[in-house]
Design a protein around this ligand. Structure first.
Ligand SMILES: [Zn+2]
Length: 272
């Protein structure tokens, strides 16, 4: 894999229907077909499970190359979510564009977010699909960020917190309450760090350490508090990142560093 020339081929739009299929939920109306390679990888590792719970951690801006470069920093995440699936995200690789596609399964021209703006997505989403199936979704995000804004208006719970640590604290409480079937947890520290420094700065490296710690805390909580459930969980960034000639980090170009992402998945079955 050459980070400068090679694009992954499996579209991020195939994630949404794959999550729905594993959760026994009919996918949203505009979702692309489920990613067959991802479903195959899940089956090979865990058998033909059905998940009654799904927890998705969304760490902003961890490109595939970043995950490789900091595999040592992310070693526990890579261990507890051992399926690493490579997706090409949607263009432009901007946060609201990518999350809208991740959770509708649709391309930007269909969900309507084509640049950095945060309108409410009005087409069918995974949240609508779960609600129709009688399940309870929930989004925990940093206040006013994309994940906090673009899926508003559904009959579900939203928690808007001050920053990443508060998001994770809230998510840990919610896991303990044991009532949501789909829990999406958004963190942004790495994306913030790369825009004021660059993708491998000290500040950025610290953000990667925080993502590792936070994902670990969430999955530890699932293991402790969701013993009565079969839980599929993921570490699912929206897009990657590159360093501009002027030195700062950025994302938004049609280049592998921005477009190639890896998602990590794992499964914990209920205690017998
Ligand atoms: Zn982002």
């Amino acid at each position: 894999m050459n980070y400068n020339t090679d694009f992954f081929t499996d579209s991020l739009t195939g994630l949404c229907a794959a999550l729905c299929e594993k959760a026994g939920v009919a996918p949203p109306a505009n979702a692309a077909p489920a990613s067959k390679p991802l479903l195959d990888e899940l089956s090979e590792r865990y058998g033909d499970f059905a998940a009654d719970r799904v927890l998705i951690y969304n760490p902003d801006a961890v490109g595939d190359w970043v995950m490789d470069k900091y595999a040592d920093k992310l070693q526990n995440s890579l261990r507890i979510a051992p399926i690493r699936h490579r997706f090409v995200t949607v263009f432009p690789p901007k946060t609201p564009v990518c999350f809208a596609s991740m959770y509708t399964g649709a391309q930007p021209e269909t969900h309507g977010i084509l640049r950095y703006e945060k309108p409410v997505v009005t087409i069918d989403s995974i949240f609508d699909a779960f609600i129709r199936a009688g399940k309870k979704p929930c989004i925990v995000s940093v206040k006013n960020q994309s994940m906090d804004r673009i899926f508003r208006g559904r009959d579900m719970d939203y928690f808007s917190e001050k920053y990443d640590d508060e998001v994770v604290e809230r998510a840990l409480e919610l896991i303990k309450e044991d009532k949501y079937d789909l829990l999406c947890v958004y963190n942004e520290r790495y994306d913030d760090a790369i825009h004021v420094t660059h993708p491998t700065s000290r500040k950025a490296r610290h953000a990667i350490d925080c993502y590792e710690t936070n994902f670990t805390k969430l999955i530890d909580a699932v293991r402790r508090d969701w013993t009565g459930h079969d839980t599929l969980y993921g570490f699912c960034p929206d897009h990657g990142v590159h360093r501009m000639l002027i030195g700062l980090g950025n994302h938004g170009k049609n280049i592998p560093k921005d477009m190639n992402i890896s998602h990590l998945f794992g499964f914990i079955g209920k205690s017998k």
